[in-house]
Design a protein around this ligand. Structure first.
Ligand code: NDP
Length: 281
C-alpha cells in the first residue's frame, strides 16, 4: 500500500548511505506485510549525528538502524542500553518511545542467525575470528553467548586483538597476523571480520588445507558475495556462510522492533539482495 499521513516510520543512518541494502530489504518486507510504513535512508554527517538522533526521537519515528560511522554515537546518545550493545561498545539499532532512546546491537544475534540458517552449530568446536573492529566485536560477543568452547583471535594490529580479548573474550588465544594459519589447527569455524575481500581490495588468504574437513568459513563481507576467502575455502571442500546472512539476521529483529511484527517469511531476503549485488548482465 502507498504510505499515508499516518504511516509508521523508521530508517537507517550512516555516511555514506547510498550503498545500503537495508532500505530495499525493509521496503520488500513492508510491502509484503501490507504495512502503512516508510523506511528511509539518512545520510548524516558525523558532527550532526547526536542532534539528529535526539530530534528524531521526539517525532513519530519508531527508530533507526545505524551504520558507519555512527555506531558509537548511537550508544552514547541512548537513555537505555541493552547488555549486548553495552558489551560490544556499539549500537546498530535505536528505538524511540516517548522521547526515550533505547540502543541495542543486533549484529551479534544477526551473525548467530546466519549460522543457524545454514545449520551451523557454533558451540561444536573452536572458532577463529580474523579482525578486531566493530564487526569482530559483535561476532566475538555472539560466539561467547553461543557457548563456543574456545575463541582464537588474529588481527593485523595485535594490540586491537588484545583489547578485544580483554573486553569480550579474556581466555582467547591471540595469533600474530602473519601466523594466523596456526589458528586453523582443529578449528570448527573461521570468520572473516576484517574489511579484506571488499570489492576492489585485497583478498584474505588462508591455508585452508590446514583446517579440518568439516570446518565452516563465514564472511562478514558481502560485496562481493563470493569473496576470495569463501571461494578458497569452498575449493578445499569446506562449508561457507556469506555476509548477507548476517545483514539479514540483524535486519529481522530491527523490523520487529520498529513495526511490532516479524518480517513475512515468504520474502526470500537472500535472493532479493543477491539479485541487487549481482544483477544479471
Ligand atoms: P572496522 O573498521 O571497525 O574494522 C576493520 C578491521 O579490518 C580491523 O580489524 C582492521 O585491522 C582490519 N583490516 C583493515 N584493513 C586490513 C588489511 N589491509 N589487512 C588486514 N586487516 C585489515 O570495520 P568493521 O568491523 O565495522 O567492518 C569489517 C567488515 O565487516 C566490513 O567489510 C563490513 O562491511 C563488514 N560488516 C558486515 C556486516 C554484515 O551485516 N554482514 C555488519 C558489520 C560489518 P586493524 O585493527 O589492524 O586496523
Amino acid at each position: 500500500m502507498k504510505p499515508t499521513g499516518a504511516a509508521q516510520m523508521a530508517g537507517v543512518a550512516g555516511d555514506p548511505i547510498a550503498h545500503s541494502l537495508s532500505p530495499s530489504l525493509m521496503a520488500a518486507w513492508i510491502e509484503a506485510a501490507g504495512l502503512d510504513a516508510i523506511y528511509s535512508p539518512f545520510r548524516i554527517a558525523r558532527s550532526d549525528a547526536e542532534t539528529f538522533f535526539r530530534a528524531l526521537a521526539r517525532t513519530q519515528c519508531a527508530g533507526l538502524n545505524v551504520t558507519l560511522p555512527h555506531k558509537q554515537t548511537a550508544l552514547a546518545v541512548a537513555d537505555q542500553v541493552s547488555p549486548a550493545a553495552r558489551a560490544i561498545g556499539a549500537a546498530n539499532l535505536l528505538t524511540f518511545r516517548d522521547g526515550i532512546i533505547h540502543a541495542d546491537n543486533t549484529d551479534a544475534t544477526g551473525f548467530l542467525s546466519a549460522l543457524q540458517a545454514r545449520g551451523v552449530e557454533p558451540a561444536r568446536g573452536p572458532a577463529l575470528v580474523l579482525g578486531a573492529g566493530g564487526a569482530a566485536r559483535a561476532i566475538v560477543y555472539a560466539l561467547g553467548q553461543a557457548g563456543v568452547p574456545e575463541i582464537r583471535l588474529s588481527n593485523r594490529s595485535r594490540s586491537n586483538a588484545a583489547d578485544l580479548a580483554r573486553d569480550l573474550a579474556p581466555n582467547a588465544r591471540i595469533h600474530d597476523w602473519d601466523d594466523r594459519d596456526q589458528g586453523l589447527d582443529g578449528v570448527a569455524l573461521v570468520v572473516n571480520a576484517t574489511s579484506l575481500g571488499l570489492s576492489g581490495g585485497s583478498d584474505l588468504a588462508m591455508d585452508w588445507h590446514r583446517a579440518p574437513a568439516d570446518t565452516i568459513a563465514a564472511d562478514s563481507v558481502y560485496k562481493p558475495l563470493q569473496t576470495g576467502f569463501l571461494r578458497d575455502a569452498a575449493a578445499c571442500g569446506l562449508g561457507t556462510v556469506d555476509g548477507l546472512g548476517m545483514l539479514i539476521g540483524q535486519a529481522r529483529p530491527s523490523f520487529e522492533a520498529f513495526f511490532g511484527i516479524s518480517p513475512p517469511e515468504r520474502i526470500d531476503a537472500h535472493a532479493l539482495l543477491q539479485a541487487m549485488l549481482e544483477p544479471a548482465s
